[in-house]
Design a protein. Structure first.
Length: 204
């Protein structure tokens, strides 16, 4: 699976909501638990992310817990500092002792890197982490961590260095413009970092 496939699937779910309101009765919970559920003990933001990856759960674990999902990525050393499209983002909104209590999928990142556009399950404009809907949101704070699934084409044992990729970019192997940005992102590389190295190489 590629980052684009996951993002497109997430976009197709925008507007899905639990019914009745405040019940947590939603299709993703039915998939996860194997039957309809209802009640405050069934929050579903992590279940929604798990559902997106149900076609290949080597990329993301099947879990209803944001904490467990984050720990899974940490164990596999897949936490990254700079977000890109397809990353999983963890938030902390409540004052409880849990490290994270909400999770979403990064759709895009602003040019200055300060704001991310996400798709999240169980959110709303009035209740960020338990709002009952699948929505597209803009986020810039309350972020705990970013995790990067090893999408198709990114989990090779001989991953090339940024410098090697920059040389390939100069040679025209990664296309140009938005096509280059998308191809590099899908392959797990930081487009802005690669482009900076390319610019430095061309100045020499």
């Amino acid at each position: 699976m590629t980052a684009k496939q996951i993002i497109d699937l997430a976009k197709s779910q925008i507007g899905v909501h639990e019914s009745p309101p405040n019940s947590n009765n939603v299709v993703y919970n039915t998939w996860y638990y194997g039957h309809p559920v209802s009640g405050s003990e069934y929050p579903w933001c992590a279940v929604f992310i798990s559902w997106l990856f149900r076609g290949d759960q080597s990329l993301c674990p099947r879990t209803a817990s944001c904490v467990n999902m984050l720990a899974w990525f940490e164990q596999k050393r897949q936490i990254v500092k700079k977000p890109q499209a397809g990353d999983i983002v963890f938030f902390k909104y409540s004052t409880n002792s849990r490290r994270t209590n909400h999770v979403g999928l990064v759709v895009s990142v602003s040019d200055d890197g300060r704001t991310i556009n996400t798709i999240e399950g169980n959110t709303s404009v009035t209740n960020q982490d338990n709002g009952g809907k699948v929505m597209q949101r803009n986020r810039y704070n309350h972020i705990v961590a970013y995790a990067r699934p090893r999408y198709e084409g990114t989990h090779t044992t001989n991953r090339k260095s940024n410098e090697e990729i920059a040389k390939e970019v100069i040679a025209g192997k990664w296309g140009s413009g938005n096509d280059r940005r998308q191809r590099l992102s899908n392959a797990g590389y930081d487009y802005k970092e690669i482009q900076k190295i390319v610019n430095d190489m061309l100045r020499r």
